[in-house]
Design a binder for this molecule. Structure first.
Ligand code: ADP
Length: 498
């Protein structure tokens, strides 16, 4: 698995690691803060407790005259770990007694004295900056009536008890805890992220990579590959469905290939059949011309009205029909590579109409031209395309020989209302519409097949040849009809040779 920044694996691992980091980080920070506050509270309470206890001890010691014991208690408490300051100063701030004997007679700290003089005395306060936090408390020992047995009445305060407890040790422990917690948090994030990544890789990334790999090989045309995901989860089911899809695809492809082979074989057979037909037609054409000529000579030997002459005329008519069939057959089988040149479909159709107007059905027909003036010149074999429209127009005239009403329209691009063809600016199109009897639904699918005809003298090769020519031009033809109302043939040709 490549560790690509845009991969699913990377995104999921990153998201999970971030969420874990936030959760662990936040919980560690909160725990640390709570611990720190609790340690602060505990020191504050200890400071209050110690100060009050000492005050009472002083009072009792003084009342009972056990000054020596009092001093010893002071000394013992002052030496306890964490007791930073233990002293008594007078109203002027001069130290009367201290656990550190060297301080006696000196002035107490300014802050302690200031707190004593303020209304906030008797509440713990943080000492001046000593590099670590400490909690101090100043507590005056008032000159109560029972003290006045020994002390003068005018004195208000006998002394001020000044106690400071250091938090240095506690802070060290908190710092140690903080480092410990940070290390555990880091370790937890690394381990959980690692574990999640391994699970993600095993249960998501690997199956997805297998799916992608198989999809790519299917895309490249290899339909024999299968996804191997054995888990029963959603990805496993996806893999199974995908395998099933490939199996069906491969079956369909095999079916198409078989069909294609059959088509090729058929086309091959048709081609050889065409060649054979062309050969035979060629062989027949010349003797037929000879026989026709001889019949013509013979016919002139007999006077008009002679039954022998009528038989010969009938023979000649049949030979003419045979000759037409041979001509169509030769045209059909002749595979002519189109000779492309630029021309406008409007001009080519006009040439066809000129020819058509020379024959009796053409003369009887009403022909309407609706040509698009913007018709571009396109690459085409003009003779072949002329053949296409000649076939279509002749078919229309033959469908209603008595006087057909024919409309020919051209469009410089496929109009949006043309059925089954997307509005497409890449093709020009032309339609030939007649008002003949139309083509029944069961026949319209067969009219482009070679030799399909409903006409007595028809060869059934016109429309199949038309389709063949359009194929060679990368165009196509469609037919639509409403029985009793007429038929419409549409021809589509590419503007630019494909
Ligand atoms: P042919 O004209 O020799 O019969 P085609 O291939 O040109 O051969 O036409 C095949 C058949 O299609 C015709 O016999 C006819 O039944 C049908 N057909 C073609 N054009 C029309 C049309 N405009 N109206 C009715 N039927 C048509």
């Amino acid at each position: 698995m490549r560790f690509v920044p845009r991969s699913l694996f990377f995104k999921m691992s990153l998201s999970i690691s971030l969420v874990l980091a936030v959760i662990f980080g936040a919980s560690s920070y909160i725990t640390f803060r709570i611990q720190s506050e609790q340690a602060l509270d505990a020191t504050r309470s200890q400071a209050i407790l110690l100060t009050r206890a000492l005050k009472n001890t002083i009072r009792i010691g003084m009342e009972t005259g056990h000054i020596e014991s009092l001093m010893s208690i002071f000394h013992t408490v002052g030496a306890l770990p964490g007791v930073e300051k233990l002293r008594v100063f007078d109203e002027e701030g001069r130290i009367l007694y201290s656990a550190k004997l060297s301080e006696i007679g000196k002035l107490t700290d300014e802050l302690d004295y200031a707190v004593y003089r303020s209304p906030e005395r008797s509440t713990p306060f943080q000492s001046a900056n000593t590099g670590h936090r400490s909690f101090c408390m100043v507590e005056p020992v008032e000159n109560e009536p029972r003290c006045q047995r020994c002390h003068r009445r005018e004195i208000e305060t006998l002394g001020v008890l000044d106690v400071c407890l250091s938090m240095e040790e506690t802070e060290k422990k908190i710092e140690f805890n903080r480092l410990l917690m940070l290390s555990f948090t880091g370790l937890a994030i690394v381990l959980t992220s690692g574990m999640t990544s391994i699970l993600l890789k095993r249960f998501v990334s690997n199956p997805v990579a297998k799916l992608v790999g198989t999809m790519e090989s299917v895309e490249a045309g290899k339909l024999d590959g299968r996804v191997d995901i054995r888990s029963g989860d959603e990805l496993g089911r996806l893999g199974n469905s995908f395998n099933e899809m490939i199996r069906k695809l491969s079956e369909a492809q095999a079916e198409i290939e078989k069909f294609h082979h059959r088509q090729l074989a058929r086309a091959d057979r048709l081609a050889s059949l065409g060649e054979m037909a062309a050969g035979i037609a060629h062989e027949i054409k010349n003797p037929l011309a000879g026989i026709y000529g001889a019949a013509q000579v013979l016919s002139k030997e007999f006077p008009e009205g002679d039954p022998k002459r009528e038989i010969l005329d009938e023979m000649m008519a049949l030979m003419k029909r045979l000759d037409n069939t041979i001509r169509d057959l030769l045209n059909f089988s002749r595979y002519t590579e189109p000779q492309f040149s630029e021309a406008s479909l409007n001009d080519v159709i006009d040439k066809v109409l000129f020819l058509v107007k020379q024959i009796p059905e053409g003369k009887r027909a009403t022909i309407t031209r609706e040509f698009d003036p913007a018709m571009p010149e396109i690459e085409m074999d003009q003779e072949q395309i002329k053949q296409v429209f000649l076939n279509l127009v002749l078919n229309a005239l033959q469908a209603k020989p008595g006087g057909c009403s024919l409309t020919i329209r051209t469009y410089s691009e496929v109009p949006a209302d043309v059925p089954d063809v997307k509005h497409n600016a890449r093709f020009v199109t032309a339609s030939v519409t007649d008002d003949g009897p139309g083509i029944p639904a069961d026949k319209i699918g067969k009219i482009f097949q070679p030799f399909f005809t409903t006409k007595e003298a028809g060869t059934g090769l016109g429309l199949s040849m038309t389709r063949k020519i359009l194929d060679l031009h990368d165009g196509w033809i469609t037919a639509s009809s409403e029985v009793g109302k007429g038929a419409t043939f549409r021809v589509f040709l590419p503007k630019v040779k494909l």
